[in-house]
Design a protein around this ligand. Sequence first.
Ligand code: AMP
Length: 220
Amino acid sequence: MRIILFGPPGSGKGTQGDLIASRFGYPKISTGDLLRRAVQERSALGIKAEALMNKGKLVSDDIVERLVRERIAAPDARHGYLLDGFPRNLTQALGLEAMDGGRAELAIEIDVDSRVLIERMRNRMTCRSCGAIVNLNLEKPRIEGRCDSCNGELYQRLDDRPEVIAERFRVYKEETGKIRDYYKTKSVYRRVDGSGSVEQVFARISEILDRENAGREADR
Ligand code: AMP
């Protein structure tokens, strides 16, 4: 199945995307992760993207579409994938549609109150080596400043600073309404309540995916 996961910054897309990938077997494709890797590698694309990302602005549609097109062409994505953080605007949604096999079959929005989001992002740390996300409010790493999974360094993303968070919310609000409407007209839109624990949100998403998969089985 080709799934799009979207939601405001800090809504848990990355964490839920990992859980969906491991339970349902779809590769998770996160444009944020792909871009952060390019920045770390100091590639030409990464250098171009870095300044925009640090200000909370969107990277150009061309760049992200190129990354997605290459990634969904990989063999592991042939039978479906989960897109995290893409599309971010209507141009990208239409760009995805034009890619080979890029038609979204499910577009899930994780909806969370903005006060909860700001609190989450303030306490969010990311592992420099494996990309794992740790919320210091919910879990303390065994060794301070180190990732429990790979012992990599935990850091706060530059774009998780309060002044950048505000800009990311603004950008999200401006663009999301159009994506939501677009996927509603395609009858693939589903809203998920993103409040509560990671497990509670995952249970809500799993219910949607289980129902969808059962419907497909029945249609066969
Ligand atoms: P994320 O990890 O999804 O929160 O993305 C982090 C940052 O990467 C965003 O604030 C943007 O600067 C950039 N980015 C990620 N995905 C996209 C996209 N689909 N279009 C444009 N910029 C993106």
